[in-house]
Design a binder for this molecule. Structure first.
Ligand code: FAD
Length: 437
């Protein structure tokens, strides 16, 4: 019987190993802890949550809630264990982190088709392999992955700007224009008066930031500077940087605003926009409070907050297929944060698809590309079709799904319709493929 090798027993690797084994295919799962540790993990258990104990929203009016529900229906070990070890958290699914990881570790270790080996893997093995070694992949393997993938194969990333859902931008306040009208009008511009700018500046320099982990400090200022650090250099600094208004006169008045914040299209469907130059280390709640002061963004929904932490990920649009297979080697899969999905649930979700497909490859069955109407498929589509040059990791969000056939104005109703379509699509797919619950 063909065995599948899974490397890394984190959120993605645990789910992948489970899915392969549940399909009747034997698995060898390699995990380097406790022989070698990462700078963030504290225990030797599988699927350890390195930071928050929340798996975020659990309702179907939340994209990550839809993703969880799809995973539940596909026998996810991560979500089923989270449900079992949940602690009260309002609309979110939060867990007791120790019993959560223990539950998963026990289920995996007791599975008759899974063999666990505590070893650091330093070279990509032959055969059917799933690499799920996460954002803190050990150095030796990271080097091998870089070599395998080529120059932009695997890099450190320290900063990402927040992204908003276009449907929640007040389009009466912003205007479409490129600086000096050069090329196609590509940016949405949020104009600020002097008073608005001053209030925004004050809020920004006094907002609360996330404390850095020691291992994150070294690379912090190399790439790009957090907007709040730039602001602290002086009240005018941002006006010569990302908030520069020259060439961005408001077409309605012909006048140059005091400051302009530009939003750049983030996905091919133009449903998501990022705040140009706004990589930040502000706490998420603070980002919402301060960035909603930007004219046009008063009610903006942040589908992804700005983050600054160490994160190795690959340029998936150039390297992966929506099955999570390498474009270069069909029996090599990647899963988890390293593929450019962002978050615990998203990492596990990619492990689920990679595991399902690796098992199908082992059984010589046709591989599955999940439809974009499903949350699982929308993530896989995004990471393999986003623009490679500006590719940044992404959380599950409603902006990644294809539009509904008709426009529904009410946000809650719109999200419910997208969720409903996702679960109907999944049910049909399962029927066609005869996947059991
Ligand atoms: P991991 O869960 O890290 O799993 C990778 C596993 O591979 C680890 O167990 C590691 O020991 C093992 N490994 C590494 N190299 C090797 C090797 N060569 N051989 C064998 N085993 C190896 N997401 C959230 O949703 N909420 C948060 O609060 C959050 N906080 C984060 C904080 C930090 C500091 C970081 C870095 C990330 C955070 N993330 C958070 C992002 C992400 O969701 C987590 O990193 C998540 O654990 C990713 O899952 P994964 O399976 O890709 O990697």
């Amino acid at each position: 019987n063909t065995t599948v090798t899974v490397i890394g027993a984190g959120l993605a690797g645990s789910e992948a190993a489970w899915q392969v084994a549940q399909s009747g295919v034997p698995v060898t799962l390699y995990e380097m802890r406790p022989v070698k540790n990462t700078p963030a993990h504290q225990t030797e258990n599988f699927a350890e949550l390195v930071c928050s104990n929340s798996l975020r929203g659990n309702n179907l009016t939340n994209a990550v809630g839809v993703l969880k529900e799809e995973m539940r229906r596909l026998d996810s070990v991560i979500i089923n264990s989270a449900d079992k070890t949940a602690v009260p958290a309002g609309g979110a699914l939060a867990v007791d982190r120790d019993t959560f990881s223990q539950e998963i570790t026990d289920k995996i270790k007791n599975h008759p088709l899974i063999t666990v080996k505590n070893e650091e893997i330093t070279a990509i093995p032959d055969g059917i392999v799933i690499i799920a070694t996460g954002p803190l992949t050990s150095e030796a393997l990271a080097e091998q992955i870089k070599e395998f993938n080529g120059s932009d194969g695997f890099y450190f990333y320290d900063a990402a700007a927040p992204i908003v859902d276009k449907a929640t931008i007040d389009m009466d306040k912003v205007y479409l224009k490129s600086r000096y009208n050069k090329g196609e009008a590509a940016y949405l511009n949020c104009p600020m008066t002097e008073e608005e700018f001053k209030a925004f500046y004050e809020a920004l320099i006094s907002a609360e930031v996330v404390p850095l982990k020691t291992f994150e400090k070294e690379k912090f200022f190399e790439g790009c500077m957090p907007i709040e650090v730039m602001a602290k250099r002086g009240i005018k600094t941002m006006l010569f940087g990302p908030l520069k208004p020259v060439g961005l006169e408001d077409p309605k008045t012909g006048k140059r605003p005091y400051a302009v914040i530009q939003l750049r299209q983030d996905n091919a469907a133009a449903s998501l926009y990022n705040l140009v130059g706004f990589q930040t280390h502000l706490k998420w709640g603070e980002q919402k409070r301060v960035f909603q002061m930007i004219p046009g963004l008063e009610n903006a929904e942040f589908v992804r907050y700005g983050v600054m932490h160490r994160n190795s990920f690959m340029n998936s649009p150039e390297l992966l297929k929506p099955t999570y297979q390498s474009q270069k080697r069909e029996n090599l899969f990647f899963a988890g944060q390293m593929t450019g999905v962002e978050g615990y649930v998203e990492s596990a979700a990619s492990g689920l698809l990679a595991g399902m497909n690796a098992a199908r490859l082992a059984k010589e069955e046709e591989l599955i590309v999940f439809p974009r109407e499903t949350a699982l498929g929308s993530m896989a589509y995004y990471i393999t079709h986003a623009e490679g040059k500006h590719f940044q990791p992404m959380n599950a969000n409603f902006g990644l799904f294809p539009e509904l056939p008709e426009r529904i104005r009410d946000k809650k109703e719109r999200y419910e319709a997208i969720a409903d379509r996702a679960l109907t699509t999944l049910a049909k797919m399962k029927q066609d493929l005869t996947i059991k619950e």
